[in-house]
Design a protein. Sequence first.
Length: 202
Amino acid sequence: MSVRVNVRLLAVAAVVGASGVAVGTVPAAAADGTPRFLAPSELPPHASSAWHAGPVTAGQPDPLPMCGGEALPSISVHRAYRTDLDTGALQVTVVERSEQRAKDFAALVRKDLAGCAKKVMQQYPDTTAAQKYYGKVNAEEGAYVYGVHTKAPWGASDINMYAVGRDGNTVTLVHWGQMGGFADAQVADFKTTTATAVKKLY
Protein backbone atom coordinates (compact mmCIF):
# COMPACT_ATOMS: atom_id res chain seq x y z
CA MET A 1 0.00 0.00 0.00
CA SER A 2 1.30 3.54 -0.47
CA VAL A 3 2.36 6.53 1.53
CA ARG A 4 -1.35 7.19 2.02
CA VAL A 5 -1.39 4.10 4.23
CA ASN A 6 1.45 5.50 6.37
CA VAL A 7 -0.47 8.71 6.98
CA ARG A 8 -3.60 6.74 7.90
CA LEU A 9 -1.57 4.61 10.31
CA LEU A 10 -0.31 7.71 12.10
CA ALA A 11 -3.85 9.06 12.34
CA VAL A 12 -5.16 5.78 13.77
CA ALA A 13 -2.31 5.68 16.28
CA ALA A 14 -3.24 9.17 17.45
CA VAL A 15 -6.90 8.25 17.86
CA VAL A 16 -6.12 5.02 19.68
CA GLY A 17 -3.60 6.73 21.91
CA ALA A 18 -6.12 9.37 22.90
CA SER A 19 -8.89 6.88 23.59
CA GLY A 20 -7.20 5.21 26.55
CA VAL A 21 -9.49 2.18 26.49
CA ALA A 22 -10.80 0.17 23.57
CA VAL A 23 -13.23 -2.67 23.22
CA GLY A 24 -11.41 -6.01 23.37
CA THR A 25 -8.32 -4.70 25.12
CA VAL A 26 -6.00 -7.00 27.02
CA PRO A 27 -3.45 -6.05 29.71
CA ALA A 28 0.04 -5.08 28.54
CA ALA A 29 1.70 -7.47 30.99
CA ALA A 30 -0.74 -10.15 32.06
CA ALA A 31 0.19 -12.54 34.86
CA ASP A 32 -1.10 -15.52 32.86
CA GLY A 33 1.80 -15.48 30.40
CA THR A 34 0.30 -13.14 27.80
CA PRO A 35 3.25 -11.58 25.93
CA ARG A 36 4.22 -8.12 27.14
CA PHE A 37 4.34 -5.18 24.75
CA LEU A 38 6.84 -2.38 24.35
CA ALA A 39 6.60 0.57 26.70
CA PRO A 40 6.72 4.01 25.06
CA SER A 41 10.18 4.64 26.55
CA GLU A 42 11.51 1.55 24.74
CA LEU A 43 10.85 2.95 21.25
CA PRO A 44 13.52 4.82 19.24
CA PRO A 45 13.91 8.22 20.94
CA HIS A 46 12.36 11.22 19.22
CA ALA A 47 14.34 14.45 19.23
CA SER A 48 11.50 16.68 20.41
CA SER A 49 8.55 14.58 21.55
CA ALA A 50 7.72 11.82 23.97
CA TRP A 51 6.05 8.63 22.74
CA HIS A 52 2.44 7.91 23.67
CA ALA A 53 0.96 4.39 23.67
CA GLY A 54 -2.53 3.18 22.95
CA PRO A 55 -4.09 0.18 24.70
CA VAL A 56 -3.08 -3.38 23.93
CA THR A 57 -5.96 -4.53 21.74
CA ALA A 58 -7.05 -7.96 20.50
CA GLY A 59 -7.36 -8.44 16.75
CA GLN A 60 -5.67 -7.10 13.62
CA PRO A 61 -4.67 -3.45 13.51
CA ASP A 62 -6.76 -1.23 11.25
CA PRO A 63 -5.34 -0.20 8.89
CA LEU A 64 -2.90 -3.05 8.42
CA PRO A 65 0.78 -2.08 8.27
CA MET A 66 2.07 -1.44 4.75
CA CYS A 67 4.54 -4.33 5.01
CA GLY A 68 3.77 -7.64 6.72
CA GLY A 69 0.14 -6.75 7.31
CA GLU A 70 -1.42 -9.21 4.87
CA ALA A 71 0.01 -12.15 6.82
CA LEU A 72 -1.48 -11.12 10.18
CA PRO A 73 -4.24 -13.48 11.43
CA SER A 74 -7.35 -12.61 13.42
CA ILE A 75 -5.69 -13.93 16.61
CA SER A 76 -3.23 -11.01 16.48
CA VAL A 77 -2.90 -8.62 19.41
CA HIS A 78 -1.56 -5.12 18.76
CA ARG A 79 -0.56 -1.82 20.28
CA ALA A 80 -0.15 1.51 18.44
CA TYR A 81 2.21 4.32 19.43
CA ARG A 82 2.65 7.92 18.35
CA THR A 83 4.65 11.06 19.00
CA ASP A 84 3.34 14.61 18.71
CA LEU A 85 5.23 15.11 15.42
CA ASP A 86 4.24 12.68 12.65
CA THR A 87 6.10 9.64 13.91
CA GLY A 88 4.21 6.42 14.58
CA ALA A 89 4.93 2.87 15.61
CA LEU A 90 3.08 -0.42 15.96
CA GLN A 91 3.70 -3.79 17.59
CA VAL A 92 1.66 -6.84 16.63
CA THR A 93 2.07 -10.16 18.43
CA VAL A 94 0.75 -13.59 17.46
CA VAL A 95 0.78 -16.64 19.77
CA GLU A 96 0.69 -19.80 17.68
CA ARG A 97 -0.39 -23.29 18.78
CA SER A 98 3.10 -24.74 18.33
CA GLU A 99 6.68 -23.66 17.78
CA GLN A 100 6.64 -25.06 14.24
CA ARG A 101 3.58 -22.99 13.35
CA ALA A 102 5.35 -19.93 14.77
CA LYS A 103 8.44 -20.67 12.65
CA ASP A 104 6.29 -20.96 9.55
CA PHE A 105 4.42 -17.77 10.33
CA ALA A 106 7.63 -15.81 10.99
CA ALA A 107 9.00 -17.06 7.65
CA LEU A 108 5.81 -15.90 5.91
CA VAL A 109 6.12 -12.41 7.41
CA ARG A 110 9.81 -12.25 6.45
CA LYS A 111 8.90 -13.11 2.86
CA ASP A 112 6.28 -10.37 2.83
CA LEU A 113 8.73 -7.83 4.26
CA ALA A 114 11.46 -8.80 1.80
CA GLY A 115 9.17 -8.14 -1.16
CA CYS A 116 7.41 -5.06 0.19
CA ALA A 117 8.89 -2.32 -2.03
CA LYS A 118 8.24 -4.31 -5.19
CA LYS A 119 4.65 -4.98 -4.14
CA VAL A 120 4.04 -1.31 -3.34
CA MET A 121 5.16 -0.23 -6.80
CA GLN A 122 3.06 -2.94 -8.46
CA GLN A 123 -0.05 -1.81 -6.60
CA TYR A 124 0.67 1.92 -6.92
CA PRO A 125 2.70 2.57 -10.10
CA ASP A 126 3.01 6.29 -9.35
CA THR A 127 4.72 5.58 -6.02
CA THR A 128 8.46 4.96 -5.86
CA ALA A 129 9.62 2.46 -3.24
CA ALA A 130 13.03 1.10 -2.26
CA GLN A 131 14.15 -1.04 0.61
CA LYS A 132 17.15 -2.27 2.57
CA TYR A 133 17.75 -5.34 4.71
CA TYR A 134 19.50 -4.37 7.95
CA GLY A 135 20.31 -7.86 9.16
CA LYS A 136 19.51 -10.11 12.09
CA VAL A 137 19.10 -9.11 15.72
CA ASN A 138 20.27 -11.76 18.18
CA ALA A 139 17.37 -11.95 20.62
CA GLU A 140 15.80 -15.29 21.58
CA GLU A 141 15.19 -17.15 18.28
CA GLY A 142 16.21 -14.05 16.33
CA ALA A 143 14.65 -11.06 14.59
CA TYR A 144 15.12 -9.57 11.12
CA VAL A 145 15.09 -5.86 10.29
CA TYR A 146 14.05 -4.13 7.06
CA GLY A 147 13.73 -0.52 5.94
CA VAL A 148 11.35 0.74 3.23
CA HIS A 149 11.37 4.24 1.73
CA THR A 150 8.34 5.42 -0.24
CA LYS A 151 7.90 8.59 -2.28
CA ALA A 152 4.51 9.65 -3.57
CA PRO A 153 4.01 11.56 -6.85
CA TRP A 154 2.96 14.68 -4.91
CA GLY A 155 6.33 14.63 -3.09
CA ALA A 156 5.54 13.00 0.24
CA SER A 157 8.52 10.96 1.44
CA ASP A 158 8.34 8.38 4.26
CA ILE A 159 10.82 6.01 5.85
CA ASN A 160 9.45 2.91 7.57
CA MET A 161 11.30 0.21 9.47
CA TYR A 162 9.98 -3.27 10.18
CA ALA A 163 11.20 -6.22 12.19
CA VAL A 164 9.84 -9.70 12.75
CA GLY A 165 11.11 -11.80 15.64
CA ARG A 166 10.21 -14.99 17.47
CA ASP A 167 10.46 -16.54 20.91
CA GLY A 168 9.20 -20.12 20.99
CA ASN A 169 5.63 -20.21 19.71
CA THR A 170 5.21 -16.42 19.73
CA VAL A 171 5.98 -14.03 16.85
CA THR A 172 6.06 -10.24 16.94
CA LEU A 173 6.07 -7.64 14.16
CA VAL A 174 7.41 -4.19 15.05
CA HIS A 175 6.95 -1.12 12.83
CA TRP A 176 8.33 2.43 13.11
CA GLY A 177 7.76 5.19 10.57
CA GLN A 178 8.14 8.91 9.96
CA MET A 179 8.64 11.43 7.19
CA GLY A 180 12.08 11.25 5.56
CA GLY A 181 14.42 8.90 3.75
CA PHE A 182 16.97 6.20 4.55
CA ALA A 183 19.27 8.81 6.11
CA ASP A 184 16.56 9.43 8.72
CA ALA A 185 16.17 5.76 9.68
CA GLN A 186 17.15 5.20 13.31
CA VAL A 187 18.61 1.79 12.58
CA ALA A 188 20.61 1.21 15.75
CA ASP A 189 17.79 2.46 17.97
CA PHE A 190 15.23 0.38 16.10
CA LYS A 191 17.37 -2.75 16.49
CA THR A 192 17.53 -2.09 20.24
CA THR A 193 13.74 -1.69 20.30
CA THR A 194 13.37 -4.92 18.33
CA ALA A 195 15.59 -6.86 20.74
CA THR A 196 13.59 -5.53 23.67
CA ALA A 197 10.28 -6.48 22.01
CA VAL A 198 11.40 -10.06 21.40
CA LYS A 199 12.87 -10.48 24.89
CA LYS A 200 9.61 -9.24 26.43
CA LEU A 201 7.48 -11.86 24.70
CA TYR A 202 7.93 -14.09 27.76
